[in-house]
Design a protein. Structure first.
Length: 446
């Protein structure tokens, strides 16, 4: 591996114009139309390397602009007149694959007749096979379904010149390493490989040694504005942890909360506790069918369910619009995963809470997180919360205002939301549209 690039601050790379890059006039015009005037840090650091044809390993969080980075690189190498698969993007989940496909389509609008297919599980194989028979320039999909098509001989990769591994760390976590190896070994040797990952576990280095040629590295640590994400750490005993989540929800009353657990069993246990407390919550886990997963996401996206409980693997690829709070039910042993978790709130111009429950045995994990983030943890006792002492809602609100916290949003229009009618516009709120808007927000961030 060569040339580790680690800007000391985003200011070293961000703010540069796309006009500095060797992009076609059509693509530059499209970027202008989309409002992409300057590059994000990951784009400014990685695009010159990718456009020069080098293999690349880039560490960047979800929402940092990485999709546009690899999309512009693969579109530049594309020959629209050759109706064959020339680029392939592997993603860990169907949701992320859909987001990537839509973003590539947006960036490719200046080119004539660029065909992009999404190949994921949960869709009818026969329909995908028919689409492949009519030809495509780019395919985006999950490793398992891509491998299925290759085994059946319905996906020809002889013309492939660019392979992208998006969210590579989570594909490894989800057990896709053998599938990735199968696919990569059957791609042309003289291809360009671009690997993007939010964290950098040892498995990424092994993957790079197997399938990449002298890759250059770009590593941009996540940095969250203190004014956007306010972190608080609460001391708990292990036996009180799940009840503590209910206490936090009743005190802060966020409209939408993503609660992270380290195991599927912990997710199930938390769900039972919340339901017993009268708190509506749903869970995501890797054992769910795609249709079940989609239904959960629709309910969470349209705010009919305020709490989503998930493991890191199950929540991978989700970019929830206006997520008000993240609760770390369990402290992750990996500081980079913690940073990635809390980075799902406080995006764009929104503020967010990151609330972590920590037992005595997890204190060393907090030390590692604090060291990486260069912060002094803000510790609190659950007993300090008025809600924990059974105070009335009015007293709790007064206490929050006294502490300088933003007052909780009034849940005006609750009856409207239950009936599916938007409180302000009076329009029917369809779940699939809500999740589409959620994805559109993610697309504008990439």
């Amino acid at each position: 591996m060569t040339d580790l690039i680690q800007p000391s601050s985003p200011a070293n790379t961000a703010g540069r114009s796309f006009n500095e890059l060797p992009l076609s006039p059509g693509i530059l015009a499209t970027l202008q139309q989309l409002g992409y005037l300057t590059m994000t840090p990951i784009q400014a650091a990685s695009l010159p390397i990718a456009l020069a044809g080098h293999d690349l390993i880039a560490q960047a969080k979800t929402g940092s602009g990485k999709t546009a980075a690899f999309a512009l690189a693969l579109l530049t190498r594309l020959n629209p007149r050759r109706f064959a698969v020339q680029a392939m993007v592997l993603c860990p989940t169907r949701e992320l694959a859909d987001q990537v496909t839509q973003e590539i389509r947006r960036l490719a609008r200046s080119a004539d007749n660029i065909k992009i297919l999404t190949l994921c599980g949960g869709s009818i194989m026969r329909t995908q096979t028919s689409s492949l028979e009519h030809g495509a320039h780019i395919v985006v999909g999950t490793p398992g379904r891509i491998m299925d098509h290759m085994e059946r001989g319905t996906l020809n990769l002889e013309a492939l010149n660019t392979l992208v591994l998006d969210e590579a760390d989570r594909m490894l976590d989800m057990g896709f390493v053998d599938d990735i190896a199968y696919v990569a070994k059957r791609c042309p040797a003289e291809r360009q490989t671009l690997l993007f990952s939010a964290t950098y576990p040892e498995g990424i280095a092994r993957l790079a040694r197997q399938f990449m040629r002298a890759p250059q590295e770009v590593k941009l640590l996540e940095q969250h504005e203190e004014s956007k994400i306010r972190q608080r750490f609460y001391k708990v005993e292990d036996g009180d942890r799940l009840q503590a989540v209910a206490t936090l929800l009743k005190h802060y009353r966020p409209v939408s909360t993503l609660a992270f657990c380290n195991t599927k069993q912990q997710c199930r246990s938390l769900l039972e506790v919340l339901h017993a407390q009268g708190i509506k919550a749903l869970t995501l886990n890797g054992d769910m069918e795609q249709r079940e997963r989609d239904q959960v996401l629709i309910q969470f996206a349209n705010r009919s369910c305020p709490v989503l409980v998930a493991t890191d693997v199950a929540a991978r690829g989700l970019d929830i619009a206006q997520l008000e709070a993240v609760i770390n039910v369990d402290v992750t042993p990996d500081p980079e995963v913690h940073i990635h978790r809390i980075g799902r709130t406080g995006r764009a111009d929104e503020n967010g809470w990151a609330l972590s429950l920590c037992s005595t045995g997890e204190r060393n994990r907090i030390i590692g997180i604090a060291k990486m983030m260069r912060i002094e943890p803000e510790w609190h006792e659950l007993g300090e919360l008025p809600g924990a002492a059974g105070a009335a809602d009015g007293d709790a609100a007064d206490s929050r205002r006294a502490q300088g916290e933003n007052p909780p949003r009034r849940r005006a229009g609750r009856a409207y939301r239950r009936s599916g009618i938007h409180a302000r516009t009076g329009r029917q709120d369809h779940g699939d549209r809500s999740i589409h808007l959620c994805r559109r927000r993610a697309q504008h961030r990439t």
